[in-house]
Design a protein around this ligand. Structure first.
Ligand SMILES: C[S@@+](CC[C@H](N)C(=O)[O-])C[C@H]1O[C@@H](n2cnc3c(N)ncnc32)[C@H](O)[C@@H]1O
Length: 244
């Protein structure tokens, strides 16, 4: 066990969780989201690619769904990197269209192996919850992402969120409680992975709260776009230009 949760509870080992599920990770995502994860990712990548530049990194990249998508959407010559600390997840990137053009990097995101001001774009999808739910740990990690961004570079965070309507939020949490743990366990064979997912989704931040955390970490002009009644949100924040 390691890491404090948002309410002080201890989280199971994230490395252990993700080492158990690489083979079924994508199919479970598609089933549990009724295929909407593809749409959410596509929307987020469209928002991200506007930044241009020539070096992009997707952190907590897992099996590289977003990284491979970025590579396919990138102007030729753009270097795309994928960082994760679980090798069996990263190993799957090469099997995807575009994946063989992505450079995998085995590392904990809490200390990225890149110099300051390296990337035009840093993305993270469906993993911020896994870093830790505590605000101080998130701020520390976001500052590390900001460190490796060039001045004027963009950070994009795609994650589950809290629907603003109380009724929709209640229905969303009910769906998570009833289906995520059970369906995930049956398909993946992992008892802890989807219990963890089901436990963390209702406890994660709403879009406005996450905006505040990103600003606290030093990002400027932070904005967000809600998707599917606010069950998911894509946030964008910028590293201030030196003269800006
Ligand atoms: C839910 S998966 C998301 C994968 C991918 N981004 C996606 O959209 O499908 C979370 C990933 O984050 C990785 N991860 C969690 N904490 C990490 C950390 N501190 N450093 C590196 N990777 C981490 C896990 O190994 C896992 O592959």
């Amino acid at each position: 066990m390691n890491g404090d949760g948002r309410d002080g509870r201890m989280e199971p080992s994230i490395r252990r969780i993700f080492a158990e599920i690489p083979h079924t990770y994508e199919i479970v995502n598609h089933i549990l989201t009724l295929g909407l994860d593809i749409l959410w990712r596509r929307n987020a990548v469209r928002m991200a690619v506007q930044v241009g530049g020539n070096r992009w990194v997707d952190v907590c990249s897992g099996t590289g769904e977003t990284a491979a998508y970025l590579k396919r959407s990138a102007p030729s010559g753009t270097g795309v990197y994928a960082v994760d600390f679980v090798r069996p997840m990263l190993d799957r990137i090469r099997q995807k269209p575009g994946g063989d053009g992505v450079t995998p990097v085995l590392s904990d995101i809490k200390g990225l192996p890149f110099p300051d001001d390296t990337f035009d774009l840093v993305t993270i999808s469906f993993a911020t919850r896994n870093i830790n739910l505590s605000e101080s740990v998130l701020i520390h990690s976001f500052r590390e992402f900001r460190r490796v961004l060039k001045p004027g570079g963009m950070f994009l965070n795609l994650e589950t969120s809290q629907p603003p309507s109380p009724l929709v939020r209640w229905l969303f949490h009910l769906y998570v409680r009833l289906f995520v743990r059970a369906v995930g366990r049956v398909i993946s064979g992992s008892t802890i992975a989807y219990a963890y997912l089901a436990a963390t989704i209702p406890r994660f931040y709403g879009a406005e709260e996450l905006t505040g955390i990103l600003e606290e970490a030093g990002f400027v002009d932070v904005g967000f776009r809600r998707m599917t009644f606010g069950a998911v949100a894509a946030h964008i924040g910028w590293k201030r230009r030196e003269n800006g």
